[in-house]
Design a protein around this ligand. Structure first.
Ligand SMILES: *Cc1c(COP(=O)(O)O)cnc(C)c1O
Length: 417
């Protein structure tokens, strides 16, 4: 094909050869643990490449060995995912947490310093603060709104600047939709990098990716996903992914081989099925979110709406980052209801169409209460500082008819005094 096609045009076929599977138009599920070698010589050659004992010869592919190392479904899925982020390579995992923790374990060692944005996804925050210290790895965090210069000063003032090894950020932040400047964070990484040691920038792109934001194009070295969310998109699987240069993803895949946290054949097949509709689902979710945000912005029982589409030039750097990084305003909205926890709970318990559940990015709309659910682990003082209060409700907007979503919100708000 000489025309460069859009990712959505390639999600049905890219990387799959029907002639290798009896002409089946869709990739079968290769539900197998191991693969038969044609000869002992071939098995030897496959292992040499898989274990990095020699580089691949020109045109040589890594042969199929064992499903912890590779499987046709896993490989086709990884190749398809690279198209959205224009990445060289991709590694798929059995969960978003396994993608993130594998990156942290590969690029950090005892004595190292990790710089992170706040708020971070609760699971990532827990792993960084409670697990990594057991290995002598320390972390410092910066707040949304800090400039590149402020962040550089923060690292210098920690007295550990020479130990900085990795920057981990999440943008938009969950659940406040605050934006972090990817390019600015890459400038921080460059500032502290030396000819002997490059500091990498890893971005958790779960909230906007892979359709609405492409961190690698803004300077990130690694982009990570909970594929459970938009990529899977039907609230029926748990998976994760990490993308970047061949050099970095090869390191990550090597560690994945020994942690054994790759995605299984059935999960890969479900994700390939999901990818065919990724663009239409996410487009619809962004359109619906715009309508819902507009409704909430004008409701007397709503105190404040946290939605990227509400940013204007008056918001300065946040607006500038929005214009530079985000292709749409996304499908996630948080809002503060007037009142307190009882009012927020009354609203949540009165919803009929929208389900009361954590997670996000699926075809159905979901609502939850961050202060007592997803963010209950955040220290109360810090939670307050982040404006995650008892009044806050987080919505993940699905693909339903937006009039029905708004009707449901309206009738639930009416139940609140
Ligand atoms: C859900 C989520 C994760 C964790 O992913 P799992 O697939 O649940 O392991 C990580 N980061 C963000 C932003 C998430 O929303």
């Amino acid at each position: 094909m000489d025309r460069k096609m859009s990712p959505e045009s390639l999600m049905m076929s890219y990387g799959y050869k029907p002639e290798l599977s009896e002409g089946a138009i869709k990739s079968p599920i290769f539900q197998t643990s191991t693969f038969v070698f044609k000869s002992a010589e071939e098995g030897k050659a496959f292992f040499e490449v898989a274990y990095g004992h020699r580089a691949k010869h020109a045109g040589e592919e890594l042969g199929l060995i064992y499903s912890r190392i590779n499987n046709p479904g896993l490989e086709i899925l990884e190749n398809r995912l690279t198209l959205w982020d224009q990445a060289e390579e991709c590694a798929v995992f059995e969960s978003g947490m396994s993608a993130i923790t594998t990156v942290l374990l590969e690029f950090l060692k005892p004595g190292d310093l990790l710089l992170m944005s706040t708020p971070l996804y609760g699971g990532s925050d827990h792993f960084i603060k409670k697990v990594l210290p057991k290995f002598g790895i320390h972390a410092i965090s910066f707040q949304v709104g800090m400039t590149t210069q402020d962040i550089i000063k923060l690292v210098e003032d920690s007295g550990m600047a020479d130990k900085l090894a990795l920057i981990h950020i999440e943008t938009p932040a969950n659940p406040t939709n605050d934006l972090v400047d990817i390019k600015g964070c890459k400038d921080v990484a460059r500032h502290f990098s030396t000819p002997e040691k490059e500091i990498y920038l890893a971005v958790d792109n779960t909230y906007m990716g892979p359709v609405w934001q492409h961190p690698l194009l803004h300077g990130a070295d690694l982009v990570m996903y909970s594929a459970t969310k938009y990529i899977g998109g039907h609230s029926d699987l748990i998976a994760g992914a990490c993308l970047g240069s061949s050099e970095l993803i090869t390191r990550i895949k090597t560690l994945r081989t020994f942690l054994g946290n790759m995605a299984a054949p059935w999960t890969c097949w479900l994700m390939m099925r999901s990818l065919e509709t990724l663009k239409v689902r996410m487009d619809m979710q962004a359109i619906n979110a715009e309508k819902v945000a507009e409704y909430l912005n004008n409701h007397p029982k709503v105190e404040r709406v946290y939605y990227i589409g509400n940013l204007t030039e008056k918001d300065g750097l946040q607006y500038e980052i929005r214009q530079r990084q985000c292709l749409t305003n996304g499908g996630m909205i948080s809002f503060d209801i007037k009142g307190g926890e009882a009012d927020a709970f009354k609203f949540l318990d009165s919803l009929k169409l929208i389900k009361l559940a954590v997670s996000l990015g699926g075809t159905e709309s979901l609502a939850e209460h961050p202060a007592t659910m997803t963010h209950v682990d955040v220290e109360p003082a810090h939670r307050k500082q982040l404006s995650i209060t008892e009044k806050m409700i987080r919505l993940s907007i699905g693909v339903e008819n937006y009039n029905d979503i708004i009707y449901d919100i309206e009738q639930a708000l009416e139940k609140v005094k």
